[in-house]
Design a protein around this ligand. Structure first.
Ligand code: BES
Ligand code: ZN
Length: 632
């Protein structure tokens, strides 16, 4: 089999775009924006250079995704052309039709310039008031475009099937820094505190990787590694820079180097981390050049750096090799999670890698329970025009990473599997692929190795249908993990389970956790959660003994509230106070859902009172979870 460019470009239709990307594709984007801090909008233009790809038929119009944009005009070669916006289709937005003055044949290019501005309904950007920042002095903004929010920032073909390079010129007042997901090429002082930032991204990328953040930001470079030609560092608000630098400086460059050794050369020039304010809705987002992360990673003990290992791994899986649609999202997240754990294994040893799989499995089981069968499948089944945010869960991550672990073991371990990963990257880097192409290559690669017949026989015995399309509430193969590090956690959990009805918990003390890493505490609580609901007295004892109700570790605090809220409303008030500044959906959504079961009024009131704190994506998801409407 040959993995020619023609083969690599075979595409399945993405149901979450209204664009006609199967006929004409974006190759390059030029962005020109002025940030309007007063009205909380971006104004300017986007120029898209597209290439017709349709065989035979000529292309007469370009259809772009747009959502809540205020379109002013559309020009080609300096001349205004006809355009129209369709009625809104919820989540998809309003299709923007641009009539081409001259029909295009395969291979022809056209550049379309759209003058527009975003609106206050933009779902991609979170705007913060000065009082929501550390210093309290300046406003702040940041975008989150994955999965399909780029269309609310600029008109584009908003599908991961299309990859384009981009340049941007962005102006901001008040002397504030502007970061984009490319390399900074210059800054021009335009007077009166206004500066223009010029950025370039020369790697072709899906639209969801366009990112912007602006505010009072400072940079701290990390030490350069010998023999590597990229640099690393951290951006954040001045009041957080010391803590941020301490948390990430030990691991960032080493992680990039390890990932590079596992895959191929790092192509983005710099790898920076931007530590965001509390309302950032994810743990991390792999925006190229600068990964965005939640401030909940600042644990003071570097226990959350695996998130950075994860985002670094996306440089190859997701950003390098992209998936064609949300149905094949596991190619991003499964490969990335698998690679993240390889990095953790190389850094902290194989038992640490296995422990990550143990925690992941628990998260998977929890999530599979919440989802209907079509989202329990690794290759998930979206309906036409469905919001990909609705199918987001651990399935792609954990079923994906476990499938790769299963293949690693089936084929004979890391010695044979790691060279395969390298070949996979080499074959598909730069393309957007689907699960079939991935599997074709897997069989082809192993078939070509020495002893290929045996590898292919083993691959043939994998229950592909169950792994890729099977539903259900756990993995289709009960993978076992080395429990060296988990044993002590399980034993302690069993002890609590045994003591559940007792009135005397003096056998437990803070010493129990003395030798536990932060991750082991998580495993302990995860295990405890799998038992029958604890009586209230035991929950209180758990809190009094270990101080879980006050810990600054969000991973531990979340799990404690999960246990506590299942047992009754006693901790509802505490949990409600905790979530009003937890913008990361991994924390706020489960707590809101549990509060809604115990104390629905408190859940709804807490949310509506603080709705403006949350990023528009989190706001939408919490509102759906609670069954309330919010207009802001
Ligand atoms: N790309 C994801 C975040 C994402 C996925 C945003 C889908 C929007 C839609 C990112 O790489 C991620 O997986 N973040 C995780 C990190 C964790 C698995 C280490 C998160 O936010 O929890
Ligand atoms: Zn990810």
């Amino acid at each position: 089999m040959s993995f020619s460019p023609e083969y690599c470009q075979v595409r399945e239709r993405d149901l979450a775009t209204l664009s006609n990307y199967l006929s004409i594709v974006t190759r390059h984007i030029e962005i020109d924006w002025t940030i309007d801090w007063t009205n909380k909008v971006f104004g300017g233009s986007a120029s898209l250079t597209l290439e017709a790809t349709e065989e035979g038929e000529s292309v007469k119009e370009v259809v772009l995704d747009s959502s809540f944009l205020d379109i002013k005009d559309v020009q080609i070669d300096g001349k205004k052309v006809q355009w129209k916006l369709d009625e809104r289709i919820e989540a998809m937005g309003e299709a923007l039709h641009v009539t081409l003055p001259k029909a295009l044949n395969k291979g022809d290019h056209v550049t379309i310039t759209i003058g527009y501005s975003t609106t206050t309904q933009c779902t991609a950007v979170g705007w913060l008031e000065p009082n929501q920042t550390k210093s309290g002095k300046y406003p702040y903004l940041f975008s989150q475009c994955q999965a399909i929010h780029a269309r609310s920032l600029l008109p584009c073909q908003d599908t991961s099937s299309v990859k384009a390079t981009y340049n941007a010129k962005v102006r901001s007042g008040m002397g504030l820094e502007v970061l984009l997901s490319g390399l900074r090429k210059g800054v021009k002082d335009l007077g009166e505190g206004v500066r223009e930032f010029v950025y370039e991204q020369t790697n072709a990328l899906p639209s969801y990787l366009i990112a912007v953040a602006a505010g009072e930001l400072v940079y701290r470079p990390f030490d350069k590694l010998d023999g590597r030609d990229w640099t690393t560092g951290v951006w954040t608000e001045p009041g957080l820079i010391e803590a941020a630098a301490w948390e990430f400086r030990e691991d960032t460059a080493r992680f990039v180097a390890t990932a590079e050794d596992l895959t191929s050369a790092y192509k983005f020039g710099q790898y920076n981390v931007l530590l965001l304010p509390e309302s950032f809705p994810y743990g991390g987002m792999e925006n190229p050049v600068t990964t965005y992360v939640t401030p909940t990673l600042i644990a003071g003990d570097r226990s959350q750096v695996d998130v950075v290992a994860h985002e670094i791994s996306h440089s190859w899986f997701g950003n390098g090799i992209s998936s064609q649609s949300s149905s094949h999202f596991w190619l991003n997240e499964g490969f990335t999670t698998y690679t993240e754990r390889l990095i953790i294994g190389k850094t902290h040893g194989e038992p640490a890698r296995q422990l990550s799989f143990i925690i992941g499995r628990q998260g998977l089981i929890g999530d599979l329970k919440r989802f209907e069968p079509r989202f329990q499948r690794l290759v998930s089944e979206y309906k036409e025009h469905e919001d990909p945010d609705d199918g987001y869960g651990q399935c792609a991550y954990e079923k994906g990473a476990n499938l790769l672990l299963h293949l690693e073991r089936t084929l004979g371990g890391l010695d044979v599997f790691l060279p395969y990963i390298k070949d996979y990257v080499k074959t598909f880097e730069g393309y957007s692929i689907n699960t079939n192409q991935w599997r074709d290559h897997l069989f082809d690669y192993f078939g070509k190795q020495e002893g290929g017949a045996e590898y292919v026989r083993r691959l043939g015995k994998v229950d592909w249908d169950a792994w890729l399309h099977g539903a259900g509430e756990d993995l289709c193969v009960d993978l076992q993990y080395d429990d060296t590090l988990a044993k002590a956690c399980y034993e302690l959990a069993a002890k609590w389970d045994k003591a559940r009805d007792s009135s005397d918990f003096s056998a437990f003390s803070s010493k129990d956790l003395e030798n536990f890493s932060a991750t082991q505490k998580v495993v302990f609580l995860d295990k405890l959660e799998t038992y029958e609901t604890l009586p209230h007295k035991a929950v209180e004892a758990l809190d009094e003994t270990y101080g879980f109700g006050k810990t600054g570790s969000a991973e531990i605090r979340l799990r404690f509230y999960e246990i506590a809220l299942k047992s009754g409303p006693k901790y509802a008030e505490d949990a409600a106070v905790w979530v009003i500044n937890k913008g990361r959906m991994k924390y706020c959504r489960p707590v809101f859902r549990l509060l809604n079961e115990q104390t629905p009024e408190l859940a709804k009131k807490t949310f509506t009172d603080h709705a403006s704190f949350y990023h528009p994506i989190a706001r939408k998801m919490i509102a759906k979870d609670l069954g309330v409407k919010v207009d802001l």
